[in-house]
Design a protein around this ligand. Structure first.
Ligand code: SF4
Length: 343
């Protein structure tokens, strides 16, 4: 594995509101290497988008606040000022595609000019050179008749074509990291597959890293190398994609897997989708101990009292759960045995 491009350690982000302090991200750490796809998964409100947006200066501060942690992009401390505006890194170092391209593009500008503007601002291209490059980027993003399409407006594009245009814009400045925040949620499954293939092809061509933010484990299975499972602002399990799907060690990861539609006859749930009971916790006042304990079918007394330590379950595979403690007895079905290291 190459040197990490992005190294994030113990990141804490909160929001000061009239109702109190929302502890949105609580001690998140991760690395991203060139050519790697890191998927961040979890239910809505688990902190996956806030984690990445805070690093890009996309969180309004105040009310947002990064009150602890560090983040280094190619060795450069991007949180040095604590209130980052992200101008230096957005587009040129890290760029982002959003889930709804319909609302992310300017309806009054043609597509080519919107892509060209990025190149003029970040790369100093002239207007005509930037527009010519925009056509090349649309072509790379597999938009047919790119020269003609570049002169059209967003309303003349389908949803899938708009997402391709967003991808063309995102890769315009050859970023080291592309953040894809639910990139296929608004698309039908056929177009979804095409967009994921396109992202994979572009990653092969450019060597960029991808941070994929999603609640869709089908997308994760198709794209990810590494997976980070978040719950209530914390990372509860991380590992390679096979670890998460075939050797998961955290009950929440197991719950997400069982809630995933599949056409495999041999699934443990025998094709019945099993919802996770309850709702994510209130982050004004996260539960003591393991934040998942009010919903966890295996919760023990200790879970409500003390936060579980991180356990190593295999090479590059860790989970935070008391079930892996040496005193916890046999693991429930469906959870993979850990190395059961002592405390
Ligand atoms: Fe469930 Fe306890 Fe493990 Fe939390 S620590 S996931 S409550 S068993």
């Amino acid at each position: 594995m190459s040197e990490p491009i992005l190294q994030v350690a113990n990141l804490h982000v909160d929001f000061q509101t009239y109702g109190g302090v929302v502890q949105a991200v609580r001690g998140v750490s991760f690395d991203v290497c060139a050519g790697q796809t890191l998927a961040i998964v979890g239910e809505s409100g688990c902190g996956k988008s806030v984690t990445v947006q805070s690093l890009m200066g996309l969180i309004p501060m105040p009310p947002g606040r990064i009150h602890q942690g560090s983040a280094h992009l190619r060795g450069h401390d991007i949180l040095a000022s604590k209130i980052i505006d992200g101008q230096d890194i957005r587009g040129s170092q890290i760029s982002m595609i959003f889930q709804d391209p319909m609302t992310s593009l300017n309806p009054t500008m043609n597509i080519g000019s919107q892509i060209a503007e990025t190149l003029e601002v970040h790369k100093g291209y002239s207007k005509s050179d930037a527009f010519a490059r925009a056509i090349e980027l649309l072509d790379m993003s597999k938009i047919p008749e790119a020269a003609k399409r570049a002169k059209q407006y967003p309303f003349e594009f389908s949803g899938g074509m708009l997402q391709r245009a967003m991808i063309a814009m995102a890769i315009a400045c050859e970023p080291a990291i592309l953040v894809a925040d639910e990139p296929t949620t608004a698309l039908d499954v056929t177009i979804q597959a095409q967009i994921l293939d396109l992202l994979g092809d572009l990653q092969q061509e450019t060597g960029m890293a991808i941070i994929l933010i999603t609640h869709d484990l089908g997308v994760v299975a198709r794209m990810a190398d590494e997976v980070m499972v978040m719950y209530a602002g914390e990372v509860v399990e991380r590992g390679g994609v096979d670890d998460i799907f075939y050797r998961s060690g955290h009950p929440y990861t197991q719950g997400l897997r069982l809630a995933m539609p599949t056409n495999n006859q041999d699934t443990e749930a025998n094709q019945t989708l099993v919802a996770i009971d309850g709702s994510p916790p209130d982050l004004f006042n996260p539960p003591r101990g393991c934040a998942y304990h009010p919903r966890c079918p295996y919760a023990m007394q200790v879970c409500a009292e003390q936060a579980p330590p991180t356990r190593t379950l295999g090479a590059d595979h860790q989970a935070q759960c008391w079930l892996h403690h040496e005193m916890a007895g046999a693991l429930p079905d469906g959870l993979v045995s850990a190395s059961k290291v002592g405390q």
